[in-house]
Design a binder for this molecule. Structure first.
Ligand SMILES: C[S@@+](CC[C@H](N)C(=O)[O-])C[C@H]1O[C@@H](n2cnc3c(N)ncnc32)[C@H](O)[C@@H]1O
Length: 267
């Protein structure tokens, strides 16, 4: 890494909101912003803006993981107990993406995964806090789970959650714009993630669908923006999704919900 790039990454990481973001993503965005010939101050700001768009915007109030770790410790070890489920709902409410799914949580995974149930293995990429929805999924007893996202503190919390509830899971930080996970799984979740990643790499949608080593993929798109506007998003993303599948003959099934449009791909 050049000295200038190293300095830029370090300066971006000095902001509390960026400290726990996977370094490879910061470096990738910083490298690109450095080519634009802006002032140093404007370059630092541009890198932080991009990181906000792809990550921070979903958690506008920040997430106090220290508090969550201590609440987690006081819960029973069975994820289906009312106390545990209350904690999951409350915590998923801290991330905009899972918050939007709360009102359809009782149906979403049971309906979209019905034809594959019980699920033996899951790979959830750019997962946010979605792994906290496992108690609402049709899983086999020995299900194996791998999840990743850009926030290291979020992944530490999810590992503590897996351990507490004796779930055979692992969480790790990743940058999907540079590397795809290599785990095989019965089903991969790519939930509301493609539009977010396309802000960094316009061609990532078809690459992610082609390259994840999963027999089935549950891919979804938001049908309204973070501010609640609908703006024809359902139609726009349905057409976009079809364009990503061009040249394949995979079976796809569509599931429509008020906030989200999901597609099950059976490869
Ligand atoms: C719209 S949210 C979806 C979260 C989750 N899949 C869900 O549906 O609840 C987009 C997620 O992508 C993550 N993300 C953004 N850029 C990423 C990257 N380059 N690699 C991995 N994850 C990324 C964000 O941190 C955020 O959690």
């Amino acid at each position: 890494m050049s000295e200038q790039l190293e300095k830029l990454v370090q300066q971006v990481q000095e902001g509390a909101k960026y400290r726990f973001i996977h370094k490879d993503l910061i470096e990738n965005i910083a490298r690109n912003e450095l080519t634009k010939g802006r002032s140093w101050k404007a370059t630092v700001k541009a890198v932080r803006n991009k990181l906000h768009q792809v990550g921070g915007a979903y958690q506008p109030l920040g997430i106090d993981y220290e508090q969550l770790h201590s609440e987690l410790k006081s819960l029973p070890h069975d994820m289906h107990t009312p106390e545990a489920k209350r904690f999951f709902v409350q915590t998923m409410g801290l991330h905009a993406s899972t918050r939007e799914r709360l009102q359809i949580l009782d149906q979403f995974f049971y309906e979209t995964l019905a034809s594959l149930a019980p699920i033996d293995s899951i790979l959830d990429v750019a997962c946010g806090l979605n792994p906290l929805a496992l108690a609402w999924m049709p899983l086999s007893e020995s299900v194996e789970i791998s999840v990743c996202d850009i926030y290291t503190d979020q992944m530490d919390f999810l590992n503590a959650y897996f351990e507490h509830f004796h779930i055979n899971g692992k969480a790790y930080s990743c940058d999907l714009t540079q590397q795809f996970p290599s785990e095989k799984a019965q089903v991969g979740f790519v939930l509301k993630t493609i539009p977010c990643l396309e802000q960094i790499d316009k061609s990532i949608g078809s690459k992610i669908i082609q390259n994840l080593l999963c027999e089935n993929l549950l891919v979804s798109f938001p049908s309204q923006s973070l501010t609640g506007k609908q703006k024809g998003m359902r139609q726009f993303y349905s057409e976009h999704f079809q364009s990503l599948l061009k040249g394949t003959n995979w079976k796809t099934t569509t599931f429509s919900y008020q906030n989200e449009q999901a597609f099950l791909i059976q490869k």
